[in-house]
Every structure is written in C-alpha cells, then in structure tokens.
Design a protein around this ligand. Structure first.
Ligand SMILES: CC(C)(COP(=O)(O)OP(=O)(O)OC[C@H]1O[C@@H](n2cnc3c(N)ncnc32)[C@H](O)[C@@H]1O)[C@@H](O)C(=O)NCCC(=O)NCCS
Ligand SMILES: Nc1ncnc2c1ncn2[C@@H]1O[C@H](COP(=O)(O)OP(=O)(O)OP(=O)(O)O)[C@@H](O)[C@H]1O
Length: 282
C-alpha cells in the first residue's frame, strides 16, 4: 500500500515516509485541546516549549527520518548493522533538533518511536498493516546498539525506580499502547461519528489510560501517573471528547495535571506514532 502511494506521488519511498512522519508530528502538536501538552491554545505544563518550537523541531527531523528509511532499504533486513545505523542517525537527528530548539527536548521520544516505525515500513512497504509494522519495529528495538552511550536519563531513572515500562520497552513489545489502545480507539471514535479531532483526542486518552508515561512519573511520581490514567479513562467512560460530559471530564483532567505540573509527553509521542501508522498503513 505505502509503496503504491509513494509511487503515485512520484516521490522516492524514503522522502514520502519522512513527509508522513513529520506530518504526524505536526498533526499531534496542532491537535487541541490536549491535556497539559503544547497545543494551539498554549504550552500546557511546559515553560520551555511552544507550538512554533514543536513545528520547527518536527521539520528539523525530516532528514533523519529520510536517512532512517534509506538505511532500512540499503541493509534490507533486521539486524545489528541496521540497528546501529538507526542509532547513529537518531543521535544525529537529536543533535539537529537540539540545535533548532536551543537545547530544549521537544521530540526525543518521538525520534525513537517514529524512527523505528519509518524503518519498519521501509523494510517491507508492501506489508504495511499495523501488526506487521509494529512487529518489525520491535525486532529492531530488541537489538543492542553497541555504540549507544550509557544514559542516565529522567526516563531510565524513574523506570528503574518504579519498575515501569519506559520508551525502550514499549518499542520492544511492539508498541502495545498504539496497537491495542490508540489505533482501535481512533477507529471506534471515527465509526461513532465523533469527528476527526475528537477521534484523535480519544486515541490520545486511550493511550494515556494505559501507559506508564515516564514524563509523568518523573514530574509527579506514581500518584501523578495514577491520576493521569484514571482521569483519561473517566473521559472515555463518559462518552469521549465528542460528548458534553466527556469534555467536562477532559477539562477536569487538564486542571489536575496542570496542578501536578505533569504532562503526558510519552503519550503524545505515541499518538504521533498512531497517526503515522494510520497514514501509511494498509
Ligand atoms: C529509548 C530512548 C527514547 C531513551 O529513553 P529513556 O527511557 O532513557 O528516557 P528519556 O527520558 O530520555 O526519554 C523518553 C522519551 O520517551 C517518551 N516516553 C515516556 N514514556 C514512554 C513510554 N512508556 N512509552 C513510550 N514513550 C515514552 C517521552 O516523551 C520521552 O521523550 C531514546 O532516546 C534512545 O535510546 N535514543 C538513542 C538513539 C537511538 O538509538 N535512536 C534510534 C532511532 S530508531
Ligand atoms: N505536544 C506536546 N507537548 C509537550 N510534550 C510533547 C508533545 N508532543 C510530544 N511531547 C514529548 O514530551 C517530552 C517533553 O517532556 P518533558 O519536558 O517532561 O521532558 P524533559 O525535558 O526530558 O524533562 P523535564 O522538562 O521534566 O526536565 C518530549 O520529549 C516530547 O517527546
């Protein structure tokens, strides 16, 4: 499917995939009202981020996504050489992002998730259904990158402290938050006639209701994480973002998260992953 679309647009596959990844990031950033995240209304719980910066950051990642797709085509299968090429390109992409944002982490988790997914599609563009893409991405993520520097990141610290599944494990398991929660909810809400923006918000909430988001754990601990998961579930149980009661619950969730200075950045990255698969998937 994606091979055919790339062909019909006349673009090389790698360029088409980089376009889709960047557009998924821009769609995620623009989607409003997202609880406590950067969106068209403002900066949520982030004093160092704003929408223009999210856009500039997304655009700065286009060459990295293109290079990741090209690496997948060149190596041709999942293995150590591809894994280590992706790691190197990912780190270069992160450096380009930090140069554009003046050192602010706008899309770290997204480079990881979308990079793996872009490579997974490029490996077998004819097999672009969600299960196939996420399984191939997981197989890449399971390989050790011997050149990766030992990191003492916020995410790895809280994942260890609380025994939570962080960004790395989410990918290694084949993105269950996307496959089992985000994408099915996106389709359900569309089928119910909720409207595209509400369907996307519902997909974000379905991810938030299940994810051990290490951004939230870092800033607000296990109580913050529980508040995020419970609050997101309450919106969906009330009928989702297209319903009046759901909207009321969404406002309550945002107030609660802002009070905790907690922002579901990991869930936002995985919504972008969800929108990417929705764009390229067959
Ligand atoms: C694996 C990564 C994300 C490091 O993650 P780490 O757990 O150490 O935490 P860190 O706090 O630095 O970043 C986590 C990022 O993931 C997102 N996130 C948080 N929780 C989750 C979760 N449960 N699931 C998915 N994403 C999450 C957040 O938005 C955050 O931006 C990645 O940065 C990495 O190793 N990069 C090295 C370069 C590389 O190999 N690139 C390959 C590109 S394919
Ligand atoms: N629309 C969005 N708004 C805010 N964050 C987002 C959005 N989309 C994705 N994110 C993700 O959220 C992360 C930002 O979270 P956070 O600011 O907590 O990270 P940090 O800079 O590592 O830590 P901290 O600011 O707590 O010291 C980014 O890595 C980004 O991937």
């Amino acid at each position: 499917m994606s091979a055919l679309i790339a062909k019909s647009t006349g673009l090389p596959l790698a360029e088409w995939l980089a376009d889709q990844a960047v557009d998924a990031l821009i769609d995620e950033a623009d989607l409003s009202p997202k609880p406590a995240l950067v969106d068209r209304r403002g900066s949520g719980a982030h004093s160092d981020l704003h929408l223009g910066l999210m856009h500039a950051s997304a655009l700065s990642l286009w060459p990295a996504f293109k290079a990741m797709a090209e690496a997948a085509v060149a190596f041709g299968d999942v293995g150590q050489p591809l894994r280590e090429a992706l790691g190197r390109i990912g780190r270069e992409g992160e450096a380009a992002m930090l140069a554009v944002t003046g050192g602010v982490n706008t899309h770290r988790g997204a480079i990881w998730a979308l990079g793996l997914l872009v490579a997974a599609v490029a490996l077998e563009p004819a097999k672009a259904e969600a299960a196939g893409i996420t399984t191939r991405a997981a197989r890449i993520a399971l390989i050790d990158d011997r050149a990766a520097p030992q990191q003492d990141s916020h995410g790895s610290r809280v994942a260890q402290r609380y025994g939570a599944r962080g960004a790395r494990e989410e990918a290694q398991l084949g993105f269950p938050a996307v496959r089992l929660h985000g994408l099915p909810q996106l389709q359900r809400s569309r089928a119910q006639g909720s409207g595209e923006q509400n369907a996307r918000l519902d997909a974000l909430l379905a991810i938030m209701a299940e994810l051990a988001d290490t951004c939230v754990l870092w800033r607000a601990g296990p109580e913050g994480l529980a508040a995020m998961q419970r609050g997101a579930r309450a919106v969906l149980d009330a009928g989702g973002c297209a319903s009046l009661d759901g909207r009321r619950r969404l406002r309550e969730l945002e107030t609660r998260l802002l009070g905790l200075n907690a922002s579901p950045g990991g869930a936002a990255d995985l919504l972008a992953a969800c929108l990417f698969i929705d764009r390229v998937g067959s």
